[in-house]
Structure formats: C-alpha cells, structure tokens
Write a protein that binds this ligand. Structure first.
Ligand code: PEP
Length: 262
C-alpha cells in the first residue's frame, strides 16, 4: 500500500499586507527543500494571491498556492464574491472549504459547503474540507457525531475518483487560535473515526489514501507529536504559518514522518 505523503497548509487568514505576504512566500520558497517528502500549500488573502504565486514561481517552489474561500457559481451578479475560474486564473490550485471561521463566524451552512466542494472539484481544483466540533459539542460527547455529520454533508455527491483531490482537515473549533491543542491521542481518536467514516462512505482504499490534517494551535513544539500519530498526515496551520521559521519547522516535522506506510 502506498504511503500517504504528509501535507501541511498555511492559512494566513486576514493577516499580512502585500509586502509581508510576498516576503513570507519568498522566505518559505527559499527554506522549503523537502518537496519530495512533504506537500505544502499557503492560503493568502485574495488581494495578494497573484503576488504570492509569483514569489513562489520565481523560486520554482513546490509550495502550492491556495485560496481561503470562493463562491461556487461560475459568474454573475454576486457582489463581493470571487469565482473558481478567477482563482485558477491567478494560479491557485487548492481551496479551503468549511473552515470553522466560515461556518461559525460568517455563518456558512452545510448545504453551501457541499455546493462549494462539488464546484471546486468539478473545476479541477483540490479541496481541503475542514470539519470540527465546538467546545459545547465536545463536552456533550457529540464530537464524533458532529465530525462525521460535517464530513458526510460536505462530501455528498463527491465521486470516488474526485476523492483523490480531497484532503480533510480536522480542526476542533475550541483549539483554533486559542493556544489549546488537542492532545495527540484525542486528535488521533477523532482522525480514526473520520477514516472509518470515509471507509463507510466510500471504501477502505479511499479511506486509507485520503490525507487527514490536524488543525488547532499546531506549532513547532507540538507538531512532531501530533504528526507521529498513525492517522494524522500533517496539519492546517493558522498563527504559526505567519512566521517562516515556525512554518518551516512544522514542515520539517511533517517530512520527518514521510515513508510511514498508509
Ligand atoms: C486554522 O486557521 O485553520 C488554524 C488551525 O489556526 P491556528 O493554527 O492559529 O489555531
């Protein structure tokens, strides 16, 4: 069975100005030499996508350019929105869908998240589908129920072939940007449940091939322990992706895991 290649994304959220985004991209492109062992992507804010893409391309970097959001309709009267074709046009190859800030701050429902997943895959892009429970749901023992529910809704209508371009990011909402990290064992327990759910929704081969990222206050000091878990295949990183040294250290931790059979 082929090994799953560790995969780490840096979600820059609504941070950095254009100069800072370009400098960070250049520093990452210079520092990331582990493309054979780990995959990396960065998700700058919309206005800087092209600039960051150019900075990565100037160094022939393997770091992929990603977008934090988009609207699923191809074009038209959707003031303020950005289409998938526009993202492709500026060089993005991967999109985040269902991030907890879009679910719980902006208010995106599961139906919209599913529309976005389907549209992105039909456009040929890669999708990182984010799922995760809130603290009250965890305390009410609903962690597995919430995560498998978000997974099933998000992937409704996604074909077996399209699953080759899907990554799942498990991001407990209570751990995002809070400094509170799930213990490696807690994260592994949920990742295992997610992989079992993928097996139920698809089959064992697909479940074993899909990369499952952990997200939620992942940083250089805890990345190796998290990534050492058998079902954790990298991370989706917020705060720690804004500093080149920290993000590169997390990428190194992911690369160190490379070669573990799926
Ligand atoms: C995120 O934004 O997906 C995230 C995990 O943020 P942080 O690493 O800051 O918790």
């Amino acid at each position: 069975m082929a090994a799953r290649k560790p995969y780490v994304g840096g979600n820059w959220k609504m941070n950095l100005n254009g100069r800072e985004a370009k400098e960070l991209a250049t520093a990452l492109a210079d520092g990331f030499t582990l493309g054979d062992q780990a995959e990396a992507a960065v998700f700058p804010a919309f206005p800087y996508l092209e600039k960051v893409g150019q900075a990565l391309a100037a160094k022939s970097s393997s770091i992929k350019l990603g977008a934090q959001d988009f609207y699923h309709q191809p074009n038209g009267a959707y003031t303020g929105e950005v289409s998938l074709a526009m993202l492709k046009d500026v060089g993005a190859s991967v999109v985040l869908v269902g991030h907890s800030e879009r679910r719980h701050v902006i208010g995106e429902p599961d139906t919209l998240i599913n529309d976005k997943v389907l549209a992105a895959l039909e456009t040929g892009l890669e999708v990182i589908l984010c799922i995760g429970e809130k603290i009250d749901q965890r305390e009410a023992d609903k962690t597995d129920h919430i995560n498998t529910g978000q997974l099933g809704y998000g992937l409704a209508g996604v074909s077996e072939a399209q699953m080759a371009r899907v990554t799942i990011a498990y991001e407990p909402v209570w751990a995002i940007g809070t400094g509170k990290t799930a213990t490696p064992q807690d994260a592994q327990d949920t990742h295992k449940v997610v992989r079992q759910a993928l097996s139920f929704l698809y089959n064992d081969d697909i479940a074993n091939a899909v990369r499952l990222q952990y997200g939620g206050s992942c940083k250089p000091s805890n990345a190796a322990d998290l990534f050492a878990q058998p079902d954790i295949d990298g991370g989706l990183i917020g705060g720690a992706s804004l500093k080149a040294d920290d993000f590169l250290a997390i990428l190194q931790a992911a690369a160190d895991k490379a070669g573990v059979p799926a």
